[in-house]
Design a protein around this ligand. Sequence first.
Ligand SMILES: [Zn+2]
Length: 199
Amino acid sequence: MNIRKLIREELQFIFNETINKPIKSEVKLSDLYVESDNILDAYFKAKNNLGPSSRSTDKPLAVTKLLDDSLILMDGHHRIVDKIKYLDTDNIDDILNLKFGAIITPENYEDLEDFPDGEYYIPLFDWIYDMKEQVLIEDINVPIKENKSKDITCKNCDWEWDIEIDDKNPHLCHKCGFDNKKDEFDYKELNNWKAENNH
Ligand SMILES: [Zn+2]
């Protein structure tokens, strides 16, 4: 009998029981990471009225919380897409500010890269912006008001710009380097952007 192994397993069990206890809470859509294939699949099913129509279920989302506080959506993609589909709004921020009940299970993984799933996770925020035209205007028919004003005004220097679908950092001010989503300067990304765009 391997005593060490037994002790280790027992300690791990106690650790899991106390640390990895699921909690009931609320999550905001803008805070979630999603596996892009799953959310795309849910989106196409919602678009074609296939698959589970879960807009009426109040079942909480299943969310995994990593040590760096990243929140990964494990289950509930259809609920989210259906809610977006039937939400009566003309503002993309209303969608991102939607809150869902969730069962949040902490996991002892450092961050997304450390998470062993091997799948490709993106912020739901980015997914919605990437899919903005298809998801919100053409397919799901959420009427998005086309503002004449620019999408973003830099909180630091008042520079204004539109969100570009292929921009990796759509909230980064290319004038002063302030990231208007993270609320801090990101000179590393500004320099990357300059290098990539020959500035
Ligand atoms: Zn700026």
